[in-house]
Design a protein around this ligand. Structure first.
Ligand SMILES: O=C(O)CCC(=O)C(=O)O
Ligand SMILES: [Fe+2]
Length: 580
């Protein structure tokens, strides 16, 4: 509680831990506040000008990823009441807020400061935040703050209206994209979370940030920004200040909408600067897909030249998006990749798991996370586990194998991943989790287990495709421990940290060339070749260079099963490296 900026900021100079490095701090130059971000009059949307409004929204979403809406149908009184009740909340005496303060990542309703991972912050953010779910209301409202006394009543009314507004805007977007009306309804926008930000006056706004540069991992965000300036959007490499407009909402496209729109719409990076005179309070409503929702590009938006599942298009897609944001903050590039990977990949599921593991580790290791990265990872994991390919496997697979995996509780198991699956499935679980949550987790674990069992049945122990179903033998308790499959090998290796992804990631400071490849091969030459190439970024680099292209799939399969790389590929890669 004493870590909250609002608990200690008075009369202090800016502590070192809040000072951003020169390249990311706002500095002293004045960012113009302008009305460049389009302002769209939704009052016109119901009349004959609907098509025009649809076009304006689409254009703004493509060019800026941001727009403001006026005449949106939410009353001025409700907007004012909501803003006031949030301000009053932050002004409450400490003892009235103490119960809500938490540093626990998963606590659904919590008051916290800086990011969701205060101890992991490289630099702290100059903000306190109250965050909680808003839907379904009857369930959520019970955990909301009880003070100020009108909090629940006002925020309930507000969150219902904000969700309705979000759905209206999503309907206009679906119309613009040529999708069925209601395409974004139901699961895609079912989860509603509010994040109330409070930025106290700051002793030196040039050195710190309220929120570091980020892109929202939501589907759509609706922001009540009040009348104090602070939000800036990155456009064409320049920061634009978003002018606070009376009675307007700021709307922005999140990562999930980028994915569904197959990158037709873009989620822009934005940040929050502080000021030295007045506190700023804002409330962002995030419309997110529900946990069990499959998020994928709408079929009708996939062009004829974008062949899903082909390695080439995967890499094209990701590298294009990746490069754009690598220039700024590599974390967000990784998050983008995470969100996109499952839909563009037909790697065997074991390789897919491996990639996820590597990415996850990478995200966690990039310290400059700004905010919300963890949430993106959580969202991603929900999505990843329910990728269409896994769903398909589930439909066709025999349940015996899955059940057997889940019920096998002997603890000589050498498979850390299996342990994780079992834990996720609640085997031996004695906690008091809610049954619905448990069911969801179980489903997810069954999906993960099914994908594993399918792969291992298909491939056999030695990684060769034998196509035949093996009869399961009864287990001999004295038998030696079985060898690990490639999949488990990597899970284990990752746990022990030996699957460190050492091949450099291309970004503006790091140009990855054939020379880089040569250095990497020289450094790892004492290892079997398959281990030298067991690195996602190396595989990515190979896929993007002329010469290997979609053959990288075959290499990835060798990596996943830890089988020898065919001599031809080995020689080809060596000779590519030697051209440096
Ligand atoms: O407070 C603001 O102006 C923006 C907040 C924001 O970007 C967020 O909560 O994701
Ligand atoms: Fe944001």
């Amino acid at each position: 509680m004493e870590k909250l900026v609002s608990s200690w900021f008075n009369n202090k100079t800016l502590p070192q831990s809040y000072i951003f490095p020169p390249e990311t701090r706002p500095g002293n130059h004045i960012i113009p506040r302008s009305n460049t971000i389009p302002v769209i009059d939704l009052g016109n949307a119901s009349a004959h000008d609907r098509t025009l409004v649809v076009q304006q929204i689409l254009k703004a979403s493509q060019e800026f990823g941001f727009f403001q809406v006026i005449n949106h149908g939410i009353s001025e009184d409700l907007m004012n009441d909501t803003m006031n009740v949030f301000k009053e909340f932050f002004e409450l005496p400490a003892e009235d807020k103490a119960d809500l303060y938490s540093e626990e990542f998963n606590r659904p309703c919590k008051l916290y400061t800086s990011s969701a991972n205060y101890d992991g912050d490289k630099v702290h953010l100059w903000r306190d935040s109250l965050r909680h779910p808003c839907h379904p209301l009857e369930e959520c409202i019970k955990i909301w703050p009880q003070k100020p006394t009108r909090y629940r009543e006002i925020v309930a009314a507000y969150s219902i209206e904000a969700k309705k507004l979000g759905s209206r805007i999503l309907d206009l977007i679906s119309e613009g994209l040529g999708l069925d009306l209601g395409y974004f309804g139901n699961k895609l926008s079912e989860s509603v979370v509010i994040s109330v930000n409070h930025y106290p006056p700051c002793p030196d706004p040039s050195l710190t940030l309220g929120i570091a540069k980020h892109c929202d991992p939501s589907l759509l965000t609706i922001l009540l920004q009040g009348d104090v300036f602070g939000l800036q959007v990155l456009n064409d490499d320049k920061w634009i200040g978003v002018e606070p407009l009376h009675n307007a909402f700021v709307v922005n496209i999140g990562h999930q909408l980028e994915v569904v729109s197959n990158n037709r719409l873009k989620g822009a990076e934005h940040r929050v600067v502080t000021n030295s005179t007045v506190a700023r309070t804002t409330a962002a409503i995030f419309l997110n897909p529900s946990e069990d929702c499959i998020v994928e590009p709408a079929k009708s938006l996939i062009g004829a030249d974008e062949c899903l599942g082909e390695c080439g298009s995967l890499f094209l897609w990701t590298s294009e998006l990746g490069k754009a944001s690598l220039e700024g903050n590599p974390t967000f590039a990784i998050v983008r990749l995470l969100l996109l990977l499952p839909f563009f990949i037909h790697f065997p599921s074991s390789v897919l798991h491996l990639l996820f593991q590597v990415f996850r580790e990478k995200i966690m290791s990039v310290a400059d996370v700004g905010t919300r990265v963890e949430e993106a990872v959580v969202t991603f994991e929900g999505i990843a586990i329910l990728t269409p390919s896994v769903a398909e496997i589930l439909q066709n697979d025999d349940d015996d194998a899955v059940a057997e995996i889940l019920q096998n509780d002997d603890d000589d198991a050498v498979d850390p991943h299996l342990e994780r699956i079992k834990n996720e499935a609640g085997v031996n679980e004695s906690d008091d989790e809610k049954p619905a949550k448990k069911d969801q987790r179980k489903e997810a674990a069954v999906a993960a287990a099914a994908s594993f069992s399918k792969e291992s049945k298909k491939k056999g122990r030695d990684g060769q495709d034998d196509g035949k179903k093996k009869k399961r033998k009864k287990k001999d308790p004295n038998a030696p421990k079985r060898a690990m499959t490639g999949f488990f090998y990597f899970s284990q290796a990752e746990r022990e940290g030996s699957l460190s992804s050492t091949f450099p990631i291309e970004n503006q400071n790091n140009l990855v060339t054939m020379r880089t490849l040569k250095n990497h091969l020289d450094r790892t030459k004492s290892l079997p070749f398959v281990k030298c190439i067991a690195d996602f970024h190396l595989l990515l680099f190979l896929a993007m260079s002329n010469g290997l292209g979609s053959d990288v799939l075959a290499l990835a399969a060798c990596v996943s099963t830890e089988t020898a790389v065919p001599e031809g590929y080995h020689l080809l890669i060596e000779s590519m490296a030697n051209t440096s």
